[in-house]
Design a protein around this ligand. Structure first.
Ligand code: SAM
Ligand code: DTB
Ligand code: SF4
Length: 314
């Protein structure tokens, strides 16, 4: 199976336009060439610093620019983070992802996060953080503490980005991703569907991610979780088949990467999730909470795994 190198927008759109059975078959072939189709990588999220973020991302509950109801909390104590990580491991997570609502961390906060990374790593979990933009030296500090992955999403196409976020540029996102890669940390970068973007925007997001060298090891595809009080509270959800097509195209463009069916699973039917897994999604967030919103429940996920014959990796 040939993979697309530096895919043009036309090539990506041609994948989107394939008859659905052909697109899914192709995605399945690519998926099974590199992964077990019955194994899901499972990560658990913890918001280690919540709310009061100076950025204005139109989808996010944590921005000071929006009116979402939210309990603002400063950086959590180390012991609380370690307790949450232990619980996540016991529940079957392989990776623990810590998210902070910062534009960019101060060095003294980064030191505390580095301690958290080291402590979580000591539990035998993979580590991931998402802290906003990084200044020179910060990625290296995190790498030295034992960080495996840094999550920093491109979110959408370069053309649609300005409709959603005004306080930082696409290029700044790319610069942080380059700093993370340079420090020897694995890259987790993807986007959000259902913000009012077009298929072309979804294709351009994937093209922008595919232009990263090497490709991100993890590509989260989030369905917008609409949050009251944010500018995108009333956004029209993406058609379900279009959502699955986007996952399938991501699988074909990123044959060796984990494609994560990320936010939004709480509202998805089992049938839609099953189609997403058939299209090549092979990673999820496990656990009752994402950052500020609920995830699919642990019981529901256990039932879904059993129904579909899936198991957690690791
Ligand atoms: N502040 C950091 C940043 O923006 O890079 C890290 C945390 S931020 C919440 C991480 C990612 O979560 C965002 O880039 C976005 O893709 C996703 N996200 C945030 N709110 C969301 C929502 N309501 N629905 C879906 N995804 C969301
Ligand atoms: C990602 O792509 N999705 C996660 C993680 N990276 C940090 C965040 C989802 C957040 C969903 C909305 C919330 O709970 O605030
Ligand atoms: Fe802040 Fe991240 Fe939310 Fe944007 S997505 S407002 S940077 S916490």
């Amino acid at each position: 199976m040939t993979t697309l190198q530096d895919p043009s927008l036309e090539e990506i759109l041609a994948l989107f336009e394939l008859p659905f059975p052909d697109l899914l078959f192709r995605a399945q072939q690519v998926h099974r060439e590199h992964f077990s189709a019955t194994e899901l990588q499972c990560s658990t999220l913890l918001s280690i610093k919540t709310g009061a973020c100076p950025e204005d991302c139109g989808y996010c509950a944590q921005s000071v620019h929006h009116e979402a109801k939210l309990a603002v909390t400063p950086l959590l104590p180390l012991a609380e983070v370690v307790a949450a990580a232990k619980a996540a491991k016991a529940a079957g997570a392989q990776r623990f992802c810590m998210g902070a609502a910062w534009r960019s961390p101060h060095d003294k906060d980064l030191e505390r996060v580095a301690e958290m990374v080291a402590a979580v790593k000591d539990l035998g979990l993979e580590t991931c953080v998402t802290l906003g933009m990084l200044k020179p030296g910060q990625a290296e500090r995190l790498q030295a503490a034992g960080l495996d992955y840094y999550n920093h999403n491109l979110d959408t196409s370069p053309e649609f980005y300005g409709e959603v976020i005004h306080t930082r540029s696409y290029q700044e996102r790319l610069d942080t991703l380059a700093a993370v890669r340079e420090a020897g940390i694995k890259v987790c970068s993807g986007g959000i569907l259902g913000m009012g973007e077009s298929r072309r925007d979804r294709a351009r997001l994937l093209q922008s991610l595919a232009a990263l060298r090497p490709a991100p090891e993890s590509v989260p595809i989030n369905a917008l979780v609409p949050i009251a009080g944010t500018p995108l509270a009333g956004a029209e959800p993406v058609d379900e088949i279009e959502f699955v097509r986007t996952i399938a195209v991501a699988r074909i463009l990123f044959p060796m990467s984990y494609v994560r069916l990320a936010a939004g699973r709480e509202k998805m039917s089992d049938a839609l999730q099953a189609l997403a897994f058939l299209a090549g999604a092979n990673s999820i967030f496990l656990g009752e909470r994402l950052l500020t919103t609920n995830n699919a429940s642990t019981d529901h996920d256990a039932g879904l795994f059993a129904k579909l014959g899936l198991r957690a990796a690791g």
